[in-house]
Structures are given as C-alpha cells and as structure tokens.
Design a protein around this ligand. Structure first.
Ligand code: 5GP
Ligand code: MN
Length: 340
C-alpha cells in the first residue's frame, strides 16, 4: 500500500500507461467526493488518451448533478454491459470492495480478471487492490487525485478543478472537519487558481435543498432524542413517503444533527426496507466513530462513519447507541452529560 504520492504516482502510472480502456467505479450512495473523484480522474485519464467508463452502484444524488461530466456516469443495473475491452479497474473513494455493492456481488470475477487500483482516504481501507494509494490523513479522495495529477505534470482543466474542489468541499463539510489540513486548503487554493467554479459548488451544496427534504428534516427533528453527549433520531420509510423525499434526503438530517451544540456524537438511523437499517455517525474530533462503525461491519472516517444492520429500528438503536456509549467510556444505559 502506497501512502505518499512520490511512490504512488509512478506505480499507478506504470499500471495505467499501457492500458486502453479503464473502468472507474466508486461507492454505493455516492457523495460529492465519490463523484468528484470519479469524474475528475476520469476526465484526466481521457485527456491522457485512455477510453474510460464511469460507473456507480446506484444513481448519484441530485446535488451532484452539475459536477462536470456527471452525465457520463452509468448507474449500474443487472443489465449493465461491462465492456470486455476494459483492461484496468480503478476504485475511487472506496474503503473496501463490498462498498461497490451489487457491482461486486454480480461482477467480482470480471473485476478480479483485471488489475485493480484503489485510490482512497478512508482510515479503514484494507488495501485490496493490486496497487493501492491510500492516505487517511487527506481530506478527500479528490485531494489525493489532485496530488496524483500534479505529480504526473498533468495540466488540470477548469472542469477537473471544479470536480475535485467539489469533493474537497463536501468531504471536509466545507472546511470544518479535522482533516481540513493546510494541504487541503492549499489544494483548494490551487484549484481556484486553475479555474474551479466555486460559485457553482456553493450554490449546489447550500442553496439547493428540496422542500420535500426540508419536510423530512422536520419529521426527523420531531423524533429527536438526546442522552448525555449523544443525540440521535431516525428516518422511516413512512416518513420519507409522507414527505415525498428523495432517497438521499436523510443525508441532510445527518448534517443538521451534527450541527447541534453540546454533543460529542450524533447518529441517524435510516430505515431502508427489507429489514435493513443504515446508520450514519458523526462526532467531534475527540471521538473516533469509525471504530464504532467497524464493530458492525462498516467503516469510514474518525468524524464521519457509517454501517448497515439487518434488524429492527429499535434493536439497531439499542446496539449502536450501546457501542457509542462504550466508545465514550460511559456506563451502559446511564450516560452523564459531557462537558464539550
Ligand atoms: P455516511 O454516513 O455519509 O453514509 O458515511 C460517512 C462516511 O463513512 C463516508 O465516508 C462513507 O464512505 C463511510 N461509510 C459509510 N458506510 C460505510 C460502510 O458500511 N462501510 C465502510 N467501509 N464505510 C462506510
Ligand atoms: Mn471521501
């Protein structure tokens, strides 16, 4: 596993150089960093003379619709044609192969028949590629791709700059998380220098919440509970249907929860149907929620992580909140209010 661009850039270049057709894939329920990495690297590889196919396990959320080249992305279905001409696979922003969900379940033989590169910044990344560039100290996979393109002396276009800045902006929650390093800020500045469309990004991230999402936030906030340093709520399928909310609307509830003062950890439980509960965890820098998510087979970052449980909403709440309390060093069931 390479953790520095000095080593990763030549290694990745030697894998990619003689390849004609590159399949880029990112994780299920792709976020801004996933899509920015996919299209930013995809456009660069295309400019370098490769054929590229961009693939996501399910459709990207509406707020990424203006990221350059997003219309080039194919959203996977069982009928999706995976071209036999592909001679290299690149997974971006993907902590482990299971995060590409149905693509992995259906097509792992196809994927494993080709060299796989992984470019990622998740602390839980297991390095499953033939070549892995993983640096968990970086804000985003988009920041790693910027480093890579610069090491290759690639001239970054305004479209690529916009895609990469989108991912850095969203993965740092707009330069608020602890991985908002000097390097992340310098990268953002460099991307502005080469023409990234900051106004577009700010509009799409902040002035773009649907009314149906606002209603869902309202429902979820009515159900809000707090106990000492932990705040949580849930989104059920019924709430989502009542509001006519998009499948990704719950992400806005997660953001709202994490903005509340006086808590160390916030948790959103989202009912998915078929007995599946998706859990989103957020924390202040002193608490590592990726370790909590890992206990349930998930992963992520210190301050933003997630996992999936196959159980009832009540049972998921009980189990995950117990693990959060344990991570905070609290007695089971009797947390005391923390001084934050
Ligand atoms: P979210 O709560 O927004 O779904 O996810 C927060 C972060 O945790 C993201 O970086 C996401 O990629 C990661 N994450 C969420 N769920 C999982 C999971 O089930 N497994 C792993 N490895 N990472 C996850
Ligand atoms: Mn990311």
């Amino acid at each position: 596993m390479y953790t520095t661009v000095e080593h990763a850039a030549p290694a990745l270049a030697s894998y990619l150089d003689d390849k004609h057709h590159i399949l880029l894939i990112t994780h299920v329920n792709p976020d801004g960093d996933a899509i920015g990495s996919l299209t930013g690297l995809g456009l660069a590889l295309e400019a370098l003379g490769h054929a590229v196919t961009l693939l996501t396990p399910n459709s990207p959320p509406p707020f990424v619709a203006n990221i350059p080249a997003v219309n080039r992305i194919q959203s996977y279905s069982h009928a999706t044609y995976l071209p036999p001409t592909v001679d290299m696979v690149v997974l971006v922003d993907t902590g482990d192969v299971k995060r590409i969900a149905r693509i992995w379940e259906d097509a792992h033989e196809y994927l494993l028949a080709r060299p796989i590169a992984v470019i990622d910044h998740h602390v839980t990344n297991s390095g499953e590629g033939n070549v892995n560039y993983v640096d968990a100290s970086r804000s985003s996979t988009c920041e790693l791709i910027y480093e890579l393109l610069r090491a290759w002396d690639f001239p970054i276009t305004p479209d690529i700059a916009t895609a990469l800045l989108f991912g850095i902006t969203t993965d740092t929650q707009s330069f608020r998380t602890s991985n908002t390093t000097p390097s992340a800020l310098r990268t953002a500045a460099d991307l502005l220098d080469v023409g990234a469309d900051r106004e577009r990004i700010v509009h799409d991230v902040y002035n773009n919440v649907a009314v149906s999402t606002a209603r869902l936030i309202g429902h979820a906030l009515l159900a809000l509970r707090d106990d000492g340093p932990i705040v949580w709520t849930y989104v059920t399928l019924a709430m989502q249907a009542a509001c006519g909310a998009h499948d990704d609307a719950a992400a806005e509830v997660t953001d709202y929860l994490s903005s509340l003062g006086g808590f160390l950890v916030s948790v959103l439980f989202k009912e998915r149907g078929g007995g599946i509960i998706r859990v989103s965890l957020r924390s202040l820098p002193s608490v590592d929620v990726s370790a909590v998510a890992q206990q349930f087979g998930g992963g992520g970052h210190r301050q933003a992580a997630g996992c999936t449980l196959v159980t009832s909403l009540a049972e998921a709440e009980e189990r995950v909140l117990a693990a959060v309390r344990a991570a905070l060093g609290l007695q089971p069931g009797v947390p005391s209010r923390a001084v934050v």
